[in-house]
Design a protein around this ligand. Structure first.
Ligand code: 2AM
Length: 182
């Protein structure tokens, strides 16, 4: 059988940020909205999908090269909100203030792995906090939560993650983490 791995690239989060997000997302604790397990929280950069296991070394080398060329930077949380479409959200996500270094990093990752990285322009870097069931996507009164104080975190690494589909939640494991600027 053709051996494949379901892979994505994401920034691991510090525990302090996870604690803040888990506490704050309680505002969305209503039937029809399912919280992502704390250990699965991450800042998505790029979803590769199923890749042949034989490609793994090449992918890791590409990520190592990208990480080496980018220095750590600080992201500031903008808000928690339903997304991507306000009218029919499928997620509750945390979104960050735009940051040139982060845009450059995510575009470099897209360029390395996408056949058409231009399509990546529409991508909004985010942390998925909860998923909204299909039949509940017309919920209109979900709050938008702006942090009461500045919430920031230092992006120091990126990682290749493997997703194993399972019920009730997929299992995400870090295949390898790369420090930025090394
Ligand atoms: P999401 O949380 O916005 O759905 C693992 O599933 C990671 O890859 C998640 O961060 C998920 O983003 C992202 N991803 C992007 N496109 C995906 C797709 N087509 N299928 C599954 N995950 C995808």
């Amino acid at each position: 059988m053709f051996n494949t791995l379901r892979l994505f690239v994401a920034v691991p989060l510090p525990q302090t940020l996870k604690d803040y997000l888990v506490k704050t997302r309680q505002a969305y604790d209503v039937p029809g909205i399912r919280a992502v397990p704390e250990q699965n929280l991450h800042l998505t950069l790029f979803f590769l999908g199923n890749e042949p296991a034989a490609q793994l070394d090449v992918i890791l080398e590409q990520l190592q090269n990208i990480a080496r060329l980018h220095n750590p930077f600080t992201l500031t949380l903008e808000q928690l909100e339903p997304g991507p479409k306000r009218s029919a959200p499928r997620l509750v996500w945390a979104r960050f203030q735009p940051h040139a270094a982060f845009e450059k990093l995510s575009l470099e990752v897209a360029k390395a792995f996408a056949n058409n990285p231009a399509g990546h322009d529409k991508f909004i870097p985010h942390i998925t906090l909860s998923r909204i069931k299909k039949e509940d996507r017309s919920m209109k009164d979900l709050p938008i939560i702006e942090p009461k104080e500045i919430v920031e975190f230092q992006v120091e690494s990126l990682a290749l993650w493997q997703s194993t589909l399972a019920s009730p939640h997929p299992v995400y494991t870090i295949v390898k983490e790369f420090n930025l600027g090394n």
